[in-house]
Design a protein around this ligand. Structure first.
Ligand SMILES: [Zn+2]
Length: 268
């Protein structure tokens, strides 16, 4: 009798232990999910916007061959191309986030500030090559994604270039520049590849393959569009570089070189 009673007590004790372990695992998984949500919040640009509006994908003029992309989505206007000349090209520069929307943040700084810092440097260089620049925001102002797209689509611009920084909570060693284009965009892919290659040539940071991603601003703008992730703020070393004005200038120079290279391959 005594032996049987002890087994019962043991079973009850084990049940209590297993119950405690299961409860702890459940709590831990809930905490993990809430952290994930915070990390994803930084780049919640995909699809839809805050109004829940559904927009059509941007049209893409058809046809291209391997190294010459045609000019049907670039207004010819008074373009005079001479190697590095961008006169006649109108480019919308989109510094991500702004105002109440910090984007991601790390080490006491916000993505929105880095984005506009680099965007200003890109603007200056492109203007020096003769391009006309339209900014979706020129200071620390909140602009909705829908308003950014509408501004671009009503501007008659030839290109849309969006500037962002990345964040990956699960691996702080993740680093590198990356450029995205809308799915199926032949010209966007070519532009993204040229920008990535030119940044890589600078030798100042790692680069990742450019790839298609259905970010809202990329898919809903009607001109050739790309979205750049300058680097990972979750990587301490890369984050420190992203704050640096000199590094921002080098990145901007690489990006502009990529745009010029791309434009040089257009049929004239
Ligand atoms: Zn961003």
């Amino acid at each position: 009798m005594r032996y049987k009673r002890n087994i019962k007590v043991e079973i009850i004790q084990w049940c209590i232990v297993v119950g405690i372990i299961l409860a702890a695992a459940f709590v831990a998984s809930r905490l993990g999910k809430s952290n994930e949500k915070q990390a994803v919040n930084a780049e919640s640009l995909k699809y839809g916007d805050e109004d829940g509006a559904v927009w059509k994908l941007g049209g893409e003029p058809g046809g291209s061959d391997s190294d010459s992309y045609g000019v049907s989505d670039v207004k010819r206007g008074s373009v005079k191309y001479s190697g590095s000349e961008l006169t006649g090209l109108t480019i919308v520069l989109d510094a991500g986030h702004g105002g109440k929307d910090d984007g991601t943040s790390a080490m006491g700084s916000t993505e929105k500030d880095i984005n506009i810092g680099v965007e200003k440097k890109i603007a200056e260089l492109l203007e020096s090559c003769g391009a006309e620049i339209i900014e979706t925001r020129s200071d620390d102002t909140f602009i909705s994604l829908k308003d950014r797209v509408e501004l671009a689509n009503n501007s008659g611009a030839d290109l849309f270039v969006s500037v962002h920084c990345n964040y990956y909570e699960d691996d702080s060693s993740m680093n590198g520049f990356q450029c995205f284009y809308g799915g199926g965009s032949v010209y966007g892919e070519a532009l993204a590849n040229n920008i990535t290659a030119a940044v890589e040539d600078k030798g100042i940071c790692g680069t990742k393959h450019s790839r298609s991603e259905n970010y809202f601003v990329v898919c809903n703008t009607t001109m050739t569009s790309v979205l750049m992730e300058l680097g990972y703020m979750s990587n301490r070393e890369e984050c420190l570089k992203l704050f640096d004005s000199g590094y921002q200038g080098e990145l901007a120079a690489g990006i502009v070189k990529g745009i010029i290279d791309w434009y040089g391959k257009m049929e004239k």
